[in-house]
Write a protein that binds this ligand. Structure first.
Ligand code: KG4
Ligand code: ZN
Length: 346
C-alpha cells in the first residue's frame, strides 16, 4: 500500500537493539542485535552493559535494516521509538538516536509504550484490529491484561509482584539453569507431567476474585517452588526436572489463560491477542489455544520472533498511532520507566 506511512521503529528498552521498517502494517525489515550473551554470566541483565551494547549496535543495526529494506532515511515518514517502560539508560540511547533522526529529517517522533506495542505487533502478522481486542502482554518485566480499542487503552489487570517470565527466570536460577531460563524450563516441561506437583494458583479463590478479578501474582508460586526444591535437596532426593518444570509451567499458564478468557467474556470481546517474550512459552500457547477455542474466542499469537523485543513492534505501534490520529511526541520527551500502560504515545 504505497499511501501508508513508512515508519522507522527503534527499540532499546532492555537487551535487544531493534530497528525495523514498516509501511503501515506491512513489515519491510526487522533487524535485531542482542546483548543477552553478555549478561548470561551475571545471571540477569546488567543495565550498564546493556546501555553500552545499544550504543555500539545502534548504527550498524540501523544501516543493516535500511539496506535490507532497500530504503533510504530520506524516505522515512515517521520515527517511532520506545519511550518506556524499560531500563532508563538503555531507553536513553534509542531516544537520543530517534530524536536526532527526527530533527535531522524533519519527521515526526512517536515515543511508544513498549508494553502496548507487544500487543500491537500482531497487526503485522494477522490483519489490522477492526475493533477492541483483549490483549495479554507477558514478558520478563510485565504481565498485563489490556483492552486496546483504537487509540484508547484500558488496563484491566496486571501482576502485583513478579512477571511471568521473571518467575521462570528466578526459579531457573535456583535449579542452576543459565539465564534466561524461561525457554529451558519450557523445553524440560514438554517431557513432564503437569499434574505431578500441585503448585498454588494465586488470586483465583472466589474472595480474591472480588478484588483482583484480572490481576496476577507469581511470587507465592515462586516461593512454593523454591521450598519444594529445598525440601527435596534436604532429603537428598533428585529434582525430577521435567515433572517439576511441567507442573510449574502449568500453574502459570492455567492462571494466565483462565483470567484472560474470563476478561474476554466479561468485556464481551471476541478477539484475544497474546504478546511479549513469555508468549513464546509452549504451555501458555497450548492452554490458550484450548481455552479460547472452547470459549469461541479468536486467538492471535504472533510468531515467536515477533514476541520477543524487536523494532517491528515499535514500528507497528507507530503505524497504529498514526492510523488512529494520535499526535506525535515532543522532541523533549525523556525515557520514562513508569510510562503507564494506558498511554500509547508519550
Ligand atoms: O519481552 P521479552 O523479550 O523482554 C521483556 O520485555 O522482558 O521477554 C523475555 C522473557 C524472559 O523472562 C524469558 O525467560 C521469557 O521471556 N521467555 C520464556 C520463553 N521464551 C522467552 N519463558 C518461558 N518459555 C519460553 N519459551
Ligand atoms: Zn518486551
Amino acid at each position: 500500500m504505497p499511501n501508508e506511512p513508512l515508519v522507522l521503529g527503534i527499540e532499546t528498552s532492555c537487551d535487544e537493539t531493534g530497528v525495523a521498517l514498516a509501511r503501515g502494517f506491512e513489515l519491510l525489515r526487522d533487524t535485531v542485535a542482542s546483548s543477552v550473551e553478555e549478561h548470561a554470566r551475571f545471571g540477569g541483565i546488567v543495565p550498564e552493559v546493556a546501555s553500552r551494547a545499544h550504543l555500539q549496535a545502534f548504527g550498524p543495526t540501523l544501516q543493516a535494516s535500511l539496506d535490507a529494506a532497500e530504503v533510504s532515511l530520506a524516505q522515512v515518514d515517521a520515527i517511532a521509538v520506545t519511550a518506556g517502560p524499560g531500563l532508563v539508560g538503555s531507553l536513553a540511547v534509542g531516544l537520543a538516536a530517534a530524536k536526532a533522526l527526527a530533527l535531522a529529517l524533519g519527521k515526526p517522533l512517536y515515543g511508544i509504550n513498549h508494553v502496548i506495542a507487544h500487543g500491537l505487533v500482531d497487526q503485522l502478522v494477522h490483519a489490522a484490529f477492526d475493533g477492541p481486542v483483549l490483549t495479554l502482554v507477558v514478558s520478563g518485566g510485565h504481565s498485563s491484561l489490556l483492552v486496546i480499542d483504537g487509540a484508547e487503552v484500558r488496563q484491566l489487570g496486571e501482576t502485583l509482584d513478579d512477571a511471568a517470565g521473571e518467575a521462570f527466570d528466578k526459579i531457573g536460577r535456583l535449579l542452576g539453569l543459565p539465564y534466561p531460563a524461561g525457554p529451558l524450563i519450557d523445553r524440560l516441561a514438554r517431557d513432564g507431567d503437569p499434574a505431578a506437583i500441585a503448585f498454588p494458583r494465586a488470586l483465583t479463590r472466589p474472595q480474591d476474585l472480588v478484588k483482583h478479578p484480572y490481576d496476577f501474582s507469581f511470587s507465592g508460586l515462586k516461593t512454593a517452588a523454591a521450598r519444594w526444591i529445598e525440601a527435596a535437596r534436604d532429603d537428598g532426593r533428585d529434582i525430577p526436572l521435567a515433572d517439576f518444570a511441567a507442573s510449574y509451567a502449568e500453574a502459570v499458564a492455567d492462571v494466565l489463560t483462565a483470567k484472560t478468557v474470563a476478561a474476554a467474556r466479561d468485556e464481551q470481546l471476541g478477539t484475544v491477542v497474546i504478546g511479549g517474550g513469555f508468549s513464546a512459552n509452549s504451555q501458555l500457547r497450548d492452554k490458550a489455544a484450548e481455552r479460547c477455542a472452547a470459549a469461541g474466542l479468536d486467538l492471535r499469537v504472533p510468531p515467536i520472533k515477533h514476541c520477543t523485543d524487536n523494532g517491528a513492534m515499535i514500528a507497528a505501534a507507530g503505524a497504529h498511532a498514526i492510523r488512529h490520529g494520535l499526535s506525535p511526541s515532543s522532541l523533549t520527551i525523556g525515557a520514562d520507566s513508569a510510562l503507564p500502560p494506558t498511554r500509547l504515545v508519550a
